[in-house]
Design a protein around this ligand. Structure first.
Ligand SMILES: [Ca+2]
Length: 149
């Protein structure tokens, strides 16, 4: 083994920035029977991110990304965090809106941010369902009347 001083060795191993991959676009709804926003979840996936040489990476997510400034959403960390529809509603998500989100992947020196979108669709409100039900009943009655029943 040659006598390379430690400081020289570290100079030779050049770190490169990680490359973030947010996957997506994501979509979740809670329209299945009995589902509530609290038990409706989606798993985000940044496992497609890479780094050379392979350093330990940290993953943070911004679920209200403004497209410019990354500000991590509390508690949403790791390569595959699971978020509930309720937590998105708490963040100000509204039904049928597409939100910009992003992941920030960091090694000990650099970071990279990758954006994607998240489309959250809460269940139609009870009022909306009731209106659909009443409209259906009226149509059915009109149809019966036309048949001369
Ligand atoms: Ca690296």
């Amino acid at each position: 083994m040659t006598n390379i001083p430690h400081w020289l060795y570290f100079e030779m191993v050049v770190n490169t920035p990680p490359i973030a991959d947010a996957d997506g676009p994501y979509m979740l709804d809670d329209w299945s029977l009995g589902a509530t926003p609290s038990d409706t979840t989606i798993m985000l996936d940044a496992t497609g991110s890479s780094d050379l040489p392979t350093d330990p990476l940290t993953y943070e997510w911004d679920l209200t990304y403004d497209g410019a400034t990354f500000s991590p959403t509390a508690g949403v960390i790791g390569p595959t965090p699971t978020v509930t529809l309720q937590s998105l509603l708490d963040l100000g998500y509204s039904g049928g809106a597409t939100a910009d989100i992003a992941v920030r992947v960091s090694d000990f020196q650099y970071f990279d941010v990758a954006p994607t979108t998240l489309f959250a669709v809460p269940e139609p409100s009870t009022v909306a369902l009731l209106a659909i039900g009443v409209a259906s009943l009226l149509l059915f009655m009109a149809w019966r009347q036309r048949r001369g029943a």
